[in-house]
Design a protein around this ligand. Structure first.
Ligand code: ADP
Length: 493
């Protein structure tokens, strides 16, 4: 050791003054593990007076469990004295005069003095820091989804139980590994770049929007995931927390929905074509019959006797009715053709249906009660028609002596949503409960209750468009309940 490196008595004093002025606890230790000097912060941290410490074994500041091994570590340090952080990877603890043990972080620095090399240990009490990271760990564990915390070089620092279950790794296997362990090989390389770009400008966001993301399990299998990223400032530096959701089921439902829509589209196209051709070919002659009947009534009516006139009138009415029937058949085939499912607040939709029926509601003195309704991704125009038909029927098939009371409610079940329109009208006989959904089937004469017998078949087709079922329940003479379901594919996920 050269003179210039050694501390003289004068600069030893300067050194002591500097050490005392330092903001953290410092302890100077010799190669025998004896305390050579302590600063004021060390005195207050360990609750000893410096006279009680200087000249004694450093072990007095260690908890019982660490005492035995400590001298070995001191010897190791003096074999190759270098400035470094002590016990990397291990948890370090120190002990106060009152016996209380607390977690510490220790920095070691070799100092050349006239008495040889000493080690200057800087000690930081990390109780608060540990508490904060323990709290963070608890929050992670309590999260309902898989959560991972990664540091700025992509090393996994925390992974909760859900993560272990999702990826098939144990805590020990996953902590300390690079995050790319959980990514299929073909994306892993690119992920390092994406990770670095993210770290330059970290923000809370969904990862890889628009791209399909996959996770890699320990057994090599892949699964689709959605990831939410959040930068967090921790005592151990800047980290990124990622919450991971397995979207296998969601994707399956989406695929089923797409397959179903495709199947339906093909079927509808065929039917549309058939009905278009049929109605085109039918509408023209029917229109001609109607017009000719009218001409005959106007121009030749007075040349015919009563029976002849009545027959012509009957011919005209039949032709008009047939025209209406063909039109409603065409409407039926077009259901779900032009539109696409969209976000619909069923409650608002019902309010507007009821407002459209305002005049009839007033005339019949009906009261309508609407329960809580969901928002779903459905065919708006069609569902509007569905409710319109059911409510119109409830108003139409009322009992003559009491004003209609209509109750509309919904409930969620495992298939999706079930809706009910209940009335206190004439009811339906048991044997007709299915027949009423067949196109052009009616239970009453037109003189009794007007109609074409197509409303409920429209309803059935609309419900089937939503992969659901429709049925009626009734106590004849007491009222009816029409129930229908909309499949969970149409729920907002
Ligand atoms: P329409 O109303 O034109 O007759 P629908 O297809 O809507 O055609 O109904 C078919 C039949 O079902 C009706 O004729 C009626 O007999 C019966 N029906 C429908 N809704 C009700 C109801 N709310 N109460 C009693 N009967 C009903």
């Amino acid at each position: 050791m050269s003179d210039s490196q050694s501390l003289t008595k004068h600069n030893e004093l300067t050194f002591q003054l500097m050490v005392d002025a330092a903001p953290s606890a410092l302890i100077l230790v010799n190669k025998y593990g004896k305390i050579a000097y302590v600063n004021t912060q060390a005195e207050s941290l360990f609750m000893y007076h410096r006279t009680e410490l200087i000249g004694n074994d450093l072990e007095m500041l260690l908890p019982q469990t660490a005492k035995k091994k400590h001298l070995g570590f001191v010897n190791l340090f003096f074999l190759n004295p270098q400035a470094r952080v002590m016990g990397e990877g291990r948890e370090l603890y120190a002990c106060k005069k009152d016996g209380s043990v607390f977690p510490v972080e220790i920095g070691l620095n070799p100092i050349a003095t006239i008495d040889g090399t000493l080690v200057l240990a800087g000690i930081i009490d990390i109780t608060e820091r540990k508490k904060a990271s323990e709290q963070l760990r608890l929050v992670f564990e309590a999260a309902p989804t898989a959560m991972i915390m990664v540091n700025d070089i992509g090393t996994i620092q925390l992974a909760n139980k859900q993560t272990q279950a999702l990826f098939g790794y144990t805590q020990e296997e996953i902590i300390g590994q690079k995050i790319e362990l959980l990514i299929p090989q073909r994306y892993a390389k690119q992920h390092v770049d994406t990770r670095n770009t993210y770290l330059k400008k970290p923000s809370a966001r969904i990862m890889g929007e628009g791209r399909e993301l996959y996770g890699l399990r320990k057994d090599g299998s892949e699964f689709p995931i959605e990831i939410g990223l959040n930068p967090i400032d921790t005592a151990n530096g800047k980290m990124v927390s990622a919450s991971i959701i397995d979207i296998t089921n969601r994707k399956k439902i989406e695929e089923e929905r797409q397959k179903y829509t495709h199947k339906l589209e093909t079927k509808n196209k065929e039917l549309e074509q058939f009905t278009y051709i049929a109605s085109h070919d039918l509408q023209e002659p029917v229109r001609s019959i109607g017009s000719l009947a009218e001409i005959l009534i106007e121009d030749y009516g007075d040349k015919l006797d009563d029976t002849g006139q009545m027959s012509l009138e009957f011919l005209k009415n039949s032709a008009n009715r047939m025209r209406d029937l063909i039109k409603s058949l065409l409407d039926y085939s077009r259901l779900g053709q032009k539109n696409r499912p969209e976000n619909v607040d069923v409650g608002l939709l019902l309010e507007s249906v009821v407002s459209d029926l305002g005049q009839r509601i007033k005339e019949t003195k009906a009261s309508i009660e609407i329960g809580e309704m969901p928002t779903m991704i459905i065919y708006e125009t069609e569902v509007r028609l569905l409710f319109q038909n059911l409510i119109s029927n409830a108003l139409k098939f009322r009992k003559p002596d009491i004003s209609p009371q209509i109750n509309i409610h919904s409930k969620k079940n495992k298939e999706g949503y079930q809706f009910t329109v209940k009335d206190n009208g004439i009811g339906i006989e048991e044997q007709f409960k299915e027949k009423i959904f067949v196109i052009f089937q009616r239970l009453h004469k037109n003189e009794q209750y007007e109609g074409m017998g197509i409303g409920l078949s429209h309803c059935k087709k609309i419900v089937e468009l939503h992969d659901g079922k429709i049925w009626a329940e009734s106590e004849y003479g007491q009222g009816s309940e029409f129930h229908f379901t909309i499949n969970k594919h149409f729920e907002i996920t």
